[in-house]
Design a protein around this ligand. Sequence first.
Ligand code: U5P
Length: 226
Amino acid sequence: MRVVISIGGSVLAPDLDARRVEEHAAVVETLARNGCEIGAVVGGGGVARDYISAARDLGANEVQLDQFGIDVTRINARLLIAALGAQVDPKVAHDYEEAGDAIRRGDISVMGGVMPGQTTDAVAAALAEYVDADLLIYATSVDGVFSADPNTDPDATKFEEMTAGELVDVIGDIEMNAGSSAPVDLLAAKLIERAKMRTIVLDGTNPDRIEPAVLRGEHTGTDIIP
Ligand code: U5P
């Protein structure tokens, strides 16, 4: 089974704790041992936001700010590579072709951002489509897709299962409410819909939740049905 795992920066390295990175690497290695071909996409988290905020104060434009974000995602990707064993491609893949080549060779491939104007949510969806993945997993800090932002709206309810079209509608609504954070961004949702990609959104702050979700479909997050 070919799997793309998106690991949010705030999930992988909220405080640059080596043990946490090691735990994520251990899950990826277990999946590889169980026959999964893996592409991992790593986000930028709070460190990216700190750089972006400082650079914004210095007058950088939005593309330049995204470039700071991409650099941080690639540093986080390097961190995960450092924790993975011999089966990982030691290069951070800079585009989908590099990642796809590594995966086809039998290596685990790790990448961060690709180009300004998007987030690693969209990178993961595009990589999953490019390598014809069987499954796309978003390991985020929220346990699934909710009808509204669960941090601010007490009436928010979790979807156990939804179609990709419903995901696009829900994310579109959430993104229109300024300040609320969606579990995946709208471009990613549209790519998932277009690719008809089987997708799971789950809470990855405990990396042990990822393995049963991939291998047995067991999780408490949201299944997105193509
Ligand atoms: N980013 C991009 N393009 C990408 C991936 C990331 O511009 O392909 C930038 C964005 O500014 C994003 C930041 O907010 O890096 C950190 O990525 P993420 O953790 O939001 O996915």
